[in-house]
Design a protein around this ligand. Structure first.
Ligand code: FES
Ligand code: FE2
Length: 427
């Protein structure tokens, strides 16, 4: 290799533009020290997705989340304000909320019974008389909150760092693609009840790659493709078109014509004639709102969007919002939600949820195959002494990046490497 990204062959990346090679050191997937550094240099600095406004639509609604190792409460308080609190009692540390979701004006700690309001204030202390008169006058025993909380079109993000980059600037070029998804709804999007949660014995970055990997579809998902063909559920045009794009700040996307039915808005024969008229109607309304070209793109192209480092929005046969966090170098926890237009009729909602289960779900036709592939890669890294580098060179030779090329993964890795090496220098 004539050139490396940071000058040493034992760095994270080995890039040789002239030879069209891009390689990633496998230690990035297995090393405890790398994971610890990722926590500080990536998860503690980047904007991280916490949830959608529809999950806390009413005053008092809350969900609990585990984000980058922190246990959090995401809620809408009695005044309508959205908060993210650390789910830890200021007395001795116990969770103050032990539910996944609900509606409550107060959070009572189960250990000694301290009570916090939905605005985070400590409002009841059993045996208050035994404390000094000025106890908590300064509010230091109220629930601690994640101060940096911001939203883009109903998607809420938090940031554990103190850098000045706004969420809007951070999302940058990815906003165009978020809009292409969210604009499919006329009355707003909502998360449809329920979370898919599963663990995978693989490094979290393998899921990042996989979520925007067009190259593996024909082989890994041959069963699903056969199933679509056998069910006659193939749209005209088939797979292809579009391409991969880097969107800045490590965000990336692939966009492509896809063979499957899309609730907004691509018809396939098993849906029947009535659905065909509904799809035409949805497309006509998109054309009226956005013009022919953009409407066609929104309706007919699928898109897999990565928001660095670990938010994926897959706008395919359903819309999946997915995050994944490492528990160790070789293990991650995945959470996924279905996003849908509020105005969608019952038949389309059903088709969407069936797809969310049958293709995208942890027991569906795709995800188990992806999980198997990722776990096999992780096991392959046991041979790291002999084969130390992954290859991500596909498409380096061409000007135009196709959907099956790997420019989008290189975008992720370049940003990952930039943050990891800058952090190393700073530390
Ligand atoms: S730990 Fe919460 S009241 Fe004691
Ligand atoms: Fe896949």
């Amino acid at each position: 290799m004539s050139q490396t990204s940071n000058g040493t062959a034992d760095g994270y990346l080995m890039i040789d533009e002239a030879a069209g090679l891009f390689r990633v050191n496998r230690k990035s997937f297995v090393d405890d020290a790398v994971l610890a550094a990722e926590q500080r240099r990536i998860f503690d600095r980047c904007w991280l997705y916490v949830g959608h406004e529809s999950e806390i639509a009413k005053k008092g609604d809350f969900v609990t989340r585990n984000i980058a190792g922190r246990n959090l409460i995401f809620n809408r308080d009695r005044g309508g304000k959205v908060n993210v609190f650390y789910n830890t009692c200021t007395h001795r540390g116990a969770f103050v909320c032990r539910e996944d979701q609900g509606n409550s004006r107060r959070f009572q700690c189960f250990y000694h019974g301290w009570v916090f309001s939905d605005e985070g204030d400590l409002v009841e202390v059993p045996g208050r008389d035994s404390y000094c008169a000025h106890f908590n006058e300064d509010g230091s025993s109220n629930l601690a909150r994640v101060e940096r909380l911001d939203a883009y079109r109903g998607l809420y993000f938090i940031n554990f760092g103190d850098e000045p980059t706004s969420l809007e600037d951070y999302l940058g070029g990815a906003r165009e693609y978020i809009d292409l998804v969210l604009d499919q709804a006329e009355t707003g999007m909502e998360i449809v009840g329920g979370t898919q949660q599963y663990g995978v014995n693989a490094n979290w970055k393998l899921m990042t790659e996989n979520s925007i990997d067009g190259y593996h579809a024909a082989t890994t998902h041959a069963t699903y493709m056969d199933y679509l063909v056998n069910a006659g559920a193939i749209a005209q045009g088939g797979m292809g078109g579009g391409g991969g794009r880097q969107l800045g700040n490590g965000h990336a996307v692939i966009e492509y014509y896809s063979p499957w039915g899309r609730p907004v808005a691509q018809w396939v024969p098993p849906w029947g004639e009535e659905a065909k008229r509904d799809i035409e109607d949805i497309k006509a309304r998109l054309r009226a709102r956005f013009g022919d070209e953009k409407a066609e793109r929104m309706a007919t192209l699928s898109r897999n969007l990565l928001i660095f480092p670990n938010l994926v929005i897959n706008d395919v046969m359903a819309i999946t919002v997915r995050t994944f966090y490492p528990v160790s170098p070789g293990r991650m926890n995945v959470s996924a939600w279905a996003l849908a237009p509020k105005e969608e009729n019952a038949a389309f909602r059903e088709r969407r949820l069936v797809s969310f289960l049958e293709f995208l779900g942890p027991g569906g036709l795709a995800t188990p195959d992806d999980v198997e592939a990722l776990e096999m890669c992780q096991r392959g890294y046991k041979n790291m002494e002999a084969v130390a580098w992954n290859d991500i060179s596909k498409g380096m030779a061409s000007e135009q990046s196709g959907t099956n090329d790997e420019i989008q993964m290189r975008a992720f890795w370049r940003q990952w490497n930039a943050l990891m090496t800058a952090g190393e220098a700073a530390e």
